[in-house]
Design a protein around this ligand. Structure first.
Ligand SMILES: Cc1cc2nc3c(=O)[nH]c(=O)nc-3n(C[C@H](O)[C@H](O)[C@H](O)COP(=O)(O)OP(=O)(O)OC[C@H]3O[C@@H](n4cnc5c(N)ncnc54)[C@H](O)[C@@H]3O)c2cc1C
Length: 377
C-alpha cells in the first residue's frame, strides 16, 4: 500500500517538497493542494510593481506540473485536524498518512490602524499592481516605506523596494521633488550579516534615502497624511507599508500554533516535525529559527523530504535542518548582491555578503529559471 502524503500549499516549500517526494512515487501518493492556479516568486512582485513584467508573464501554472506520484488539486483548505491528519477543503476531505503544512504567511494590514484605508503595499500581487498604478500618476512628494512588524518575508525586500523606487523616480524625473524614508523597528537591515547591512545602509545614503532603524509606525492617519510613532508624527504623501504577517486563519484554528512563538507553528528545529505524529510544517508558516524567505522554505522542504524517506526506510536519523540558503538583493541599476546564509549547521549563523554586480543579476535569473524547470517540468 502506498502511503498518502498531503502537502498543503504549493509555494516555495510545497513545490520543492513535492518535487523531492516524486522520486519515491513507488511508495508514495502525493496530493499537493493550493487555492491558487499558479505560483509567483515573491521577488516577481517587485517586477510587477515597477512595470518590468506583467503579472501574467510571471505566473507558473500548476496545471503544468507533471510529476510521478504527484496530483495537484486547486482547492481552498478550510480545516486541518492534525491529530487525525485529516484535511477538509471547499471540495473534499483527505486522510493523510503524512501531512506537510506549507501554507505560508498571510498579511494582517488591519493590525496597523489606518493602513487599510490609506496605505499601499507590494507584498501581495494585488497590492503591487495597485501601487504600480498609483505611482504612474504620482507627481512627486514624500514617500514613507515602513516595516510595520517583525517577522516579515524576505528581510532585504523593503530596501530593494527603496532602491528600485529611487531608480523609478529618477527615470520619471521626479527624484529631485521626492523624498524617500525607510523606517524599521529592527536594529539593522540584516542583523545576521553586518556586511550586508552596511552595504544596504551605505546604498541608501548614496541615494539620499533616509533610514531610521529601531522605530515602528503604530498607525497612520490617512485624512491628515501623517504616520504615528510612539512619541512622534511624520507627514507623508505616499505611505508604503510592509504589512504585519500572521499564520493563515485555517492554521490558527487547527491548534497547530500551540507552543509556537507569536502564533506560528511550533516545530522541532532539526526535523521540522510538529508535536503531532506524522505532521510537519515548513516555510514561512513554521516557527523555525530562520528568516521568512523562499530559500529557507526550500531548504526546509529538503529536510522534510529526508525525514519522510527515513520514516519509509525505518531509518531514524535524517540530516538535521541546516537553515541555509541564498538571498538575492536588488540594489537598482541592474545590480544584484546576495547573502549566502547558513543559520543552523554551525555553532553560530554565518551570512557572508557578495556585493552587487551584473553577474549577480544573471545569477538570480538562473536561480529562478532552475526552480521553474525543476518544479514545473
Ligand atoms: C516582495 C517580496 C520579495 C521577496 N523576495 C524573495 C527573495 O528574493 N528570495 C527569497 O528566498 N524569498 C523572497 N521572498 C519571500 C518568499 O516569497 C516567501 O518567503 C516564500 O514564498 C515562502 O514560501 P512558503 O512555501 O512558506 O509559502 P508561500 O510561497 O507563500 O506558499 C504558500 C501557499 O499556500 C497557499 N495557501 C495559503 N492558504 C491556503 C488555503 N487556506 N488553502 C489553500 N492554499 C492556501 C497560497 O496560495 C500559497 O501558494 C519575497 C517575498 C516578497 C513579498
Amino acid at each position: 500500500m502506498k502511503k498518502h502524503v498531503v502537502i498543503l500549499g504549493a509555494g516555495f516549500g510545497g513545490l520543492e517538497l513535492s518535487t523531492h517526494l516524486s522520486a519515491l512515487a513507488d511508495d508514495l501518493h502525493i496530493t499537493l493542494i493550493d487555492q491558487s492556479d499558479s505560483f509567483i516568486f515573491g521577488f516577481s512582485k517587485l517586477d510587477i510593481l515597477f512595470g518590468k513584467q506583467k503579472t501574467d508573464d510571471v505566473r507558473a501554472y500548476y496545471r503544468d506540473i507533471h510529476k510521478d506520484g504527484v496530483e495537484f488539486r486547486q482547492e481552498h483548505v478550510t480545516a486541518i485536524d492534525p491529530a487525525r491528519k485529516r484535511v477538509t477543503t471547499d471540495r473534499n476531505t483527505y486522510e493523510a498518512d503524512i501531512l506537510a503544512i506549507a501554507l505560508g504567511a498571510d498579511y494582517d494590514p488591519a493590525a496597523t490602524p489606518g493602513f487599510v484605508q490609506g496605505g499601499y503595499e507590494y507584498y501581495s500581487v494585488a497590492g503591487a499592481e495597485r501601487l504600480r498604478d498609483t505611482l504612474a500618476t504620482f507627481a512627486g512628494g514624500s514617500i514613507l516605506i515602513a516595516i510595520l512588524s517583525v517577522p516579515f518575508k524576505c528581510p532585504p525586500a523593503p530596501y530593494e523596494g527603496a532602491f528600485l523606487l529611487h531608480d523609478y523616480l529618477v527615470d520619471r524625473g521626479l527624484r529631485a521633488t521626492s523624498s524617500i524614508h525607510v523606517i524599521s523597528p529592527m536594529e539593522s537591515p540584516i542583523p545576521v550579516s553586518p556586511d550586508t547591512s552596511e552595504a544596504i545602509v551605505r546604498g541608501l545614503a548614496e541615494r539620499d534615502i533616509e533610514y531610521t532603524p529601531r522605530r515602528r509606525i503604530r498607525s497612520i492617519d490617512p485624512a491628515h497624511q501623517t504616520a504615528r510613532l510612539k512619541d512622534d508624527e511624520l507627514p507623508y504623501d505616499l505611505f508604503i507599508g510592509i504589512p504585519a504577517h500572521r499564520v493563515p486563519d485555517v492554521v490558527e484554528a487547527s491548534g497547530l500554533t500551540k507552543g509556537g512563538t507569536d502564533g506560528w507553528i511550533a516545530v522541532d528545529r532539526r526535523t521540522l516535525a510538529t508535536p503531532f505524529e506524522g505532521v510537519y510544517a515548513l516555510g514561512d508558516v513554521a516557527d523555525a529559527p530562520v528568516p521568512r524567505a523562499g530559500t529557507f522554505a526550500e531548504a526546509a522542504a529538503r529536510t522534510v523530504a529526508e525525514g519522510i524517506m527515513a520514516r519509509l526506510r525505518d531509518d531514524g536519523s535524517p540530516k538535521p535542518y541546516d537553515g541555509a540558503g541564498v538571498c538575492f538583493i536588488e540594489f537598482g541599476g541592474g545590480l544584484v548582491g546576495k547573502v549566502d546564509a547558513d543559520f543552523l549547521s554551525g555553532s553560530s549563523p554565518k551570512a557572508p555578503f557578495v556585493p552587487p554586480s551584473a553577474e549577480g543579476a544573471k545569477d538570480k535569473e538562473r536561480y529562478a529559471a532552475s526552480r521553474r524547470a525543476r518544479w514545473f517540468s
